[in-house]
Design a protein around this ligand. Structure first.
Ligand SMILES: [Zn+2]
Ligand SMILES: [Zn+2]
Length: 136
């Protein structure tokens, strides 16, 4: 486990946070809930143990949704919908969406989770065309 410290924010900039802790895992979750709540092929969350989460700005804009009868939770900005960190009390971990971080990280994901649920189009994505910008 390595020491981790970073800052993050939502897309509209109303919410800013600072987070620190030890990286217990960095997972790409392909479950159906994560596909719905990200609108994409997987969520990308860093799990921190001994974590500390400090809201620097906009704490009043945060909403947290837990899908009934599941452990699936999403914390988000109520103005722009961006994913934000939350404390998972069952695992005693801070769950930090990697895309919400503002400083580059060196850590690479440890694993894909729920690969049996992955989207049908989530295959060999390294092989498709790549553009630096919108291809117009
Ligand atoms: Zn926002
Ligand atoms: Zn998931």
């Amino acid at each position: 486990m390595s020491d981790f410290k970073n800052i993050g924010s939502c897309l509209c900039g109303e919410v800013n946070y600072e987070v620190s802790g030890k990286i217990a895992g960095f997972y790409l979750c392909h479950c159906q809930y994560c596909q719905k709540d990200t609108g994409s092929e997987h969520a990308a969350n860093i799990f921190l143990s001994d974590g500390d989460l400090k809201w620097l700005k906009g704490e009043g804009n945060i909403k947290c949704f837990t899908l009934p009868r599941t452990r699936h939770t999403k914390s988000f900005c109520s103005q722009c919908g961006s994913a934000l960190p939350y404390a998972d009390h069952i695992d005693d971990a801070l769950v930090v969406p990697a895309g919400s971080l503002d400083k580059k990280i060196n850590t690479k994901p440890n694993a894909h989770l729920f690969i049996s649920s992955k989207a049908t189009w989530s295959e060999a994505l390294e092989n498709i065309k790549k553009f630096d910008r919108l291809p117009i």
